[in-house]
Design a protein around this ligand. Structure first.
Ligand SMILES: Cc1cc2nc3c(=O)[nH]c(=O)nc-3n(C[C@H](O)[C@H](O)[C@H](O)COP(=O)(O)OP(=O)(O)OC[C@H]3O[C@@H](n4cnc5c(N)ncnc54)[C@H](O)[C@@H]3O)c2cc1C
Length: 370
């Protein structure tokens, strides 16, 4: 089930089957001058059914939002074979419960999606890449706050810390200053060059006001890809710190990022791990990597999981969430009790039961009964 069933230019929607690869929809939309913005790093092989079921985010979330912002309607099949039609091809629809909203991010526990109607938007004509290099994480985060408050609306604002910079230099030979304490990489876009120029000027002024050592604008597409190389390779590069990566994708209100990162590094120190962090500073979602030097060391793994549990508790206490975009699945299921109280978990169970009374759809995921 991997077909595009329709691209409706008047309503700017695409109707697709759930097995369609994300990138195939992005390409088809671009061919008619439109854009499907959600772009998880797995865009070349993840499916729209999987994206909706996980409510995937991506690099462009800072400006364009996440999968749920584009789902207009769903067709799904319950475990007893009943067909659900949820949502409409209309901008407004307040009749009845928002069943599509319940199915989004339900990780396949409630029904099988069989048809997805997604909003498309006009594709901006101009895009430019940028990179800012900062002496510290706090400077980089303050630059994020400042530039957004001044009206910058970057497509992406990706963050990497000093450990990631070290790994990129040592493992991949990326040309970055050794003293860099943090990087911000991203894109700005617009329909006229002046709009892009305004974005870049605002970012440059805000970055420099927050001690940026340099602000680089990509000369052309090849240079933009070079800048992005650092971000795209952050995950493979950090394996210099250990062969087992316990990676989580916590999310906090953006303003809490500096404090959350300070606490994460302190927890890493307490449990004796390097914890390189990178992620989406523009939207408060950070990939936290507790690096276990030797993954076959049971004691170290146990300590790593203790560190993760402490990080989750700290994040939830700050008003954040266990997962910004990857979902709960089975690995984070044991931590659901940190984020939700008994009544809330019972509500999840009741919802699961009303969709799937015999519990045959992904039992055990999200900590729901198995
Ligand atoms: C290298 C890499 C990079 C990633 N980067 C990102 C990122 O930047 N942002 C992000 O948000 N995520 C990211 N992810 C996570 C993952 O790509 C996304 O969650 C993606 O949306 C999963 O899609 P999939 O097709 O692989 O789904 P799968 O992994 O196959 O399925 C995910 C879940 O959805 C359920 N499901 C799938 N199809 C249906 C259907 N038709 N009906 C009901 N349930 C269904 C499955 O049962 C499963 O529980 C990344 C993953 C990898 C491996």
């Amino acid at each position: 089930m991997n077909k595009i069933l329709e691209i409706d230019m008047q309503n700017m929607v695409a109707v697709v089957q759930p097995g369609l690869i994300n990138m195939d929809l992005q390409n088809a939309a671009a061919e008619v001058g439109l854009m499907y913005p959600p772009d998880p790093a797995s865009e070349a092989y993840s499916t729209l059914g999987g994206n909706v079921s996980e409510n995937a985010g991506g690099m462009r979330a800072a400006k364009y939002g996440i999968t749920k912002d584009y789902v207009m309607a769903l067709r799904a099949v319950r475990s007893n074979g009943d067909i659900i039609r949820a949502g409409k091809r209309t901008i407004k629809d307040v009749a009845g419960y928002n069943i599509a909203g319940i199915l989004i991010a339900s990780e396949g526990t409630l029904a099988v999606l069989t048809e997805i109607t997604l909003k498309l938007i006009p594709k901006p004509k101009y895009t430019k890449g940028y990179m800012g290099i900062f002496p510290s994480v706090d400077d980089a985060m303050n630059a994020v706050f400042k530039s957004l408050a001044l009206g910058a609306n970057p497509v992406a604002m990706e963050f990497m810390d000093a450990l990631v910079v070290q790994a990129l230099k040592e493992k991949l030979g990326v040309d970055l200053p050794a003293e860099a304490g943090a990087l911000l990489i991203g894109d700005v876009d617009g329909n006229v060059p002046e709009e892009v120029a305004f974005q870049l000027e605002t970012l440059e002024a805000s970055f420099k006001a927050n001690n940026a050592q340099s602000f680089i604008v990509a000369r052309d597409e090849a240079h933009r890809n070079e800048l992005w190389y650092a971000r795209r390779n952050a995950s493979p590069a950090i394996t210099i710190f250990g062969n087992k990566k316990l990676n989580e994708d916590i999310s906090v209100p953006r303003s809490m990022l500096p404090k959350a990162l300070e606490n994460i590094y302190a927890i890493g120190k307490k449990y004796n791990f390097k914890v390189p962090c990178f992620g989406h500073a523009g939207d408060g979602n950070i990939h936290v990597n507790v690096m276990v030097e030797d993954g076959s060391d049971e004691e170290a793994l146990h300590r790593g999981h203790q560190a993760i549990e402490e990080i989750f508790q700290m994040v939830v206490d700050m008003g954040g969430t266990l997962s910004g975009e990857h979902g709960i699945g089975t690995s984070k299921a044991p931590f659901m009790g940190i984020a939700f109280n008994d009544m809330e978990i019972q509500l999840f169970k009741d919802i699961k039961k009303s969709f799937d009374p015999n519990n045959i759809l992904n039992p055990g995921k999200m900590g729901l009964p198995n």
